[in-house]
Design a protein around this ligand. Structure first.
Ligand SMILES: Cc1cc2nc3c(=O)[nH]c(=O)nc-3n(C[C@H](O)[C@H](O)[C@H](O)COP(=O)(O)OP(=O)(O)OC[C@H]3O[C@@H](n4cnc5c(N)ncnc54)[C@H](O)[C@@H]3O)c2cc1C
Length: 508
């Protein structure tokens, strides 16, 4: 493990981060005096974890903050601060601004593009102690919460009032609402409830110089000029630290169903999607896709098979669809009619399907799809490409990348184990995963810029939902033209002229 991490530190270090560090003529690493100062301004001694502190006990305390979820990126921070209030965040940033100390905001550290960990020895500011629900209005469904609240705990908070969070993702047990907003996370409910650009009503943000920008509106309508909060949604900690989030939550559906369908061929996905939209219309809430290899990996890594193996022998891919509605009989009738149509079709579009019959079966069908990210990480070291391309080209893109790996001998030499695709059909978002036996330069060079060129040839996006982080700064050009990149740089400079916020992330 250590060798693999070392290789990757080296690989990342080979990239040129001079632009990211160029703004600060004299960047300062955190020193003993800084740690002493932080200890004074933070209310609890446990809010400071630092190798430079006399009370520091074990370097394993820092490891989790320095390594990302995939074990692909690793930093060398000596110090992590865990403020408890917005005021504490403000004091920290004011000091870092004056001293020119680089900082990395960190939420649940579940990001998949290396944005939440330092590149060098930046100061990590963890939001995990900012974890209070500030208010919830059970009439409007408007929730105001500290940025460090874990997504799942917010779902549990509002469930007794009959509401759900408008977003859901496999990392819900660890990711934080502030991290979700900072990455503009998509997830499994986007098809139904839209993106965070629509559901987030307001934000409280501490700007790089420590100023608190209070945009924590709880109004649904506010047409008073530039909508500043939108700039922070998806900004990945590069222009400020989100400390509070106001979000519109929808009423929990009274009735839900889900079904997994096995398809003989990828070419059936679009006709099945079309039929599904026609039949289910307003009750359709998710339409997810996973190819055969992804499904097999989910089963291999512990998920229960929804079908007997012989029934799905010839399946090339699967879809999971979900309905969420207000009346069970009405929704059941719709889904049954859909299934009858799909099965009775002369050239049957599906091989078979399993419709959940109980809450536990509903959960276990979802677990197959939600567990894919984890199954992939158990199988090997994943090169993850989270791309937007036309749905009709999902299989072609996966096939093209697999052919490239074959042509370069990566598969025959065991360097690449699988090339798989899964994702959100309803949103045109494909998760292309190349699972390697280890992170390795030859694999990386085979895949990049090749994958980005394939995406650009479809006029797609190199990042549909995971963001740019450190992984894709060099590839931003494939999705944003020069003028757009110049304006992004100008926006970054307006907020963070000293370049202290998350250097080397999003922009080179
Ligand atoms: C199993 C699994 C499944 C996933 N499924 C999905 C999915 O379906 N859809 C999806 O979009 N993503 C998915 N992800 C990726 C990840 O969970 C999301 O990006 C998530 O929103 C990150 O939240 P976090 O709190 O963990 O943020 P972190 O990983 O800690 O940080 C992510 C970025 O946001 C910044 N940041 C964090 N908190 C703040 C803050 N308060 N203020 C300013 N900047 C901040 C960080 O600096 C970093 O750049 C998945 C990840 C895993 C491990």
């Amino acid at each position: 493990m250590l060798t693999i991490l070392r290789q990757n530190i080296w690989r990342v270090a080979k990239r040129d981060f001079s632009r990211a560090w160029a703004h600060t003529s004299s960047v300062h690493s955190v020193n003993e005096q800084d740690v002493e100062h932080f200890t004074k301004i933070l209310s609890s001694p446990s809010s400071v974890i630092s190798t430079l502190s006399p009370s520091f006990s074990s370097s394993s305390d820092l490891e989790n903050f320095n390594a990302d979820w995939m074990g692909k990126y690793k930093g060398h921070a000596t110090t992590v601060l865990k403020p408890r209030t917005t005021e504490e965040v403000s004091k920290i940033l004011k000091y870092c601004w004056e001293r020119q100390i680089h900082v990395v905001p960190q939420g649940g550290n579940t990001g998949l593009v290396g944005g939440s960990v330092p590149i060098q020895d930046e100061l990590v500011i963890s939001l995990s102690n900012l974890s209070k629900v500030r208010s919830f209005d059970p009439v409007s469904g408007i929730l105001v919460a500290d940025a460090g609240c874990v997504l799942e705990s917010l779902s549990e908070h509002i469930a007794p009032h009959g509401f759900i969070m408008p977003l859901d993702l496999g990392a819900k047990g660890s990711c934080q609402i502030g991290g979700n907003v900072a990455t503009n996370a998509g997830g499994l409910r986007l098809l139904r409830y839209g993106s965070l650009h629509g559901t987030v009503l307001g934000l409280e943000v501490v700007l790089p110089d420590g100023t608190v920008l209070d945009q924590l509106s709880t109004m649904r309508k506010d047409n008073t000029g530039y909508d500043l909060k939108q700039l922070f949604i998806g900004s990945e900690g590069t222009i400020g630290i989100i400390t509070g989030v106001s979000i519109l939550t929808p009423p929990a559906p009274k009735s839900t169903n889900n079904v997994v369908l096995a398809l003989p061929s990828f070419s059936n996905v679009i006709p099945v999607f079309k039929a599904t939209r026609q039949h289910l219309s307003e009750v359709l809430s998710a339409f997810e896709y996973f190819d055969r290899t992804a499904y097999d990996l989910a089963l291999k890594h512990g998920h229960a098979a929804p079908f007997p193996a012989e029934e799905v022998e010839g399946a090339e891919c699967y879809v999971l669809l979900e309905t969420s509605g207000g009346k069970k009989e009405h929704d059941d009738e719709k889904i049954n009619t859909l299934l009858e149509t799909l099965l009775s079709d002369e050239d049957s579009l599906i091989l078979t399907g399993t419709l959940s019959q109980s809450p536990s079966q509903f959960a276990s069908l979802w677990a197959i799809r939600e567990g894919l990210t984890e199954a992939v990480s158990k199988e090997g070291k994943a090169y993850k490409y989270d791309i937007s391309v036309p749905v009709s080209s999902f299989a072609e893109v996966v096939g093209t990348v697999r052919a490239r790996c074959e042509e370069k001998g990566l598969i025959s030499r065991g360097l690449v184990k699988h090339v798989i695709g899964y994702g959100h059909v309803g949103d045109g978002n494909l998760h292309l995963n190349v699972i390697a036996s280890e992170y390795n330069d030859e694999v990386a060079q085979t895949l990049e810029p090749f994958v980005y060129e394939v995406v650009a040839s479809h006029r797609g996006s190199i990042s549909a939902e995971h963001g740019i982080g450190v992984m894709k700064t060099h590839a931003l050009k494939y999705s944003k033209d020069a003028i757009s990149r110049q304006w992004m740089r100008k926006i970054k400079d307006i907020f963070d002229s000293k370049g202290i916020m998350n250097p080397g992330k999003v922009l080179e």
